[in-house]
Design a protein. Structure first.
Length: 320
């Protein structure tokens, strides 16, 4: 009897400890700032990719019953920090953010965490784990490699080409470039003769392409870190009478799709940003209700888009 009583007591103690551990784990969930507001902070919405983040994010959050405030940091980390501080002052429930730099954004996300406000990052990662609740990004490595293979085929495995890089402080810039080259550099018959940053910008890409064509009239291809630059490069080539140049981007924008349909671009890799943004809002809602995501870093597969399947693409959504 004594052993039985002791056993029951021990079991009760373990049960209490387990229950306490669960309660402690649940208590670690950030409570939010107390309001019903979700902040959505992105780069400039003049880029349709980032505009989609705000449109889709707002629609999904409002569907779930939240008030939404949208802001653009224009890739300025100081401005981004001001919006995070405004969210803290507002007592925001959560923040959805496409950040302004892998290192430069850490301070803002940490401030939100310290204030009890969870941040859900989309599209771009930061160089820190454990302060954002989710970092949901397109599989840029897979997407860049997939569309590079289509471009190599279109180039018939030979020729000189140029590369337009994105914002070099952005992790995605290097990941995309590295994985383009992981495919392209297998062929000695493909030679890069120019590489410049156009900072994700269409006008800058147009101007850089004009200069590259003048300095390197022999090129037959251009690889671009995103569709905005690819569209600028494509239009520059058309205006220069060089619509024979094989061009790729990465995003999956409607503008790129139009050039692909017209035969002016080889293709793009669709980042499923509408899906990614909806995932972030849904995870924010679940988190505020007590359910943390299984993983912080989450990859969403890209889809290579060419003339063969471009009709399935609209507004960053691919339909089989």
């Amino acid at each position: 009897m004594k052993k039985l009583v002791m056993g029951l007591a021990a079991a009760a103690l373990v049960g209490c400890m387990f229950s306490g551990a669960v309660m402690a784990e649940e208590a670690e969930l950030l409570p939010g700032g107390g309001s019903n507001i979700i902040y959505i902070i992105t780069p400039s919405t003049s880029n349709p990719f980032f505009n989609t983040e705000q449109v889709i994010g707002q629609a999904k959050a409002e569907e779930l019953g939240y008030e939404v405030k949208c802001f653009s940091h224009d890739d300025d980390a100081a401005k981004q920090l001001e919006y995070f501080e405004a969210a803290i002052t507002d007592g925001a429930a959560a923040i959805i953010c496409d950040n302004a730099g892998a290192d430069a954004s850490v301070e803002a996300v940490q401030k939100a965490k310290d204030a009890g406000i969870p941040t859900f990052l989309i599209d771009r990662e930061i160089n820190e784990s454990g302060i954002a609740i989710s970092q949901i990004v397109a599989d840029n490595a897979q997407g860049a490699a997939a569309i590079a293979e289509k471009w190599v085929e279109a180039m018939d495995y030979e020729g000189k080409y140029a590369e337009l890089l994105g914002l070099e402080s952005d992790t995605n810039c290097q990941v995309r470039s590295d994985n383009y080259h992981a495919v392209i550099d297998e062929y000695d018959t493909l030679e890069m003769v120019a590489q410049q940053s156009a900072n994700w910008d269409q006008t800058e890409a147009y101007e850089k392409t004009e200069a590259i064509l003048q300095a390197n009239p022999e090129i037959t291809g251009i690889i671009c870190g995103n569709d905005t630059m690819a569209c600028g490069a494509t239009q520059a080539c058309i205006d220069a009478g060089r619509d024979d140049i094989k061009i790729i981007g990465l995003d999956g924008s409607d503008e790129a799709a139009a050039y692909i349909k017209d035969g002016k671009m080889v293709g793009t890799a669709l980042q499923q940003i509408a899906k990614i943004t909806e995932m972030a809002v849904e995870q924010a809602d679940a988190y505020l209700k007590g359910e943390a995501p299984a993983e912080e870093k989450q990859l969403v597969e890209c889809i290579a888009i060419t003339a063969d399947n471009v009709d399935n693409l609209s507004a960053f959504v691919y339909t089989e």
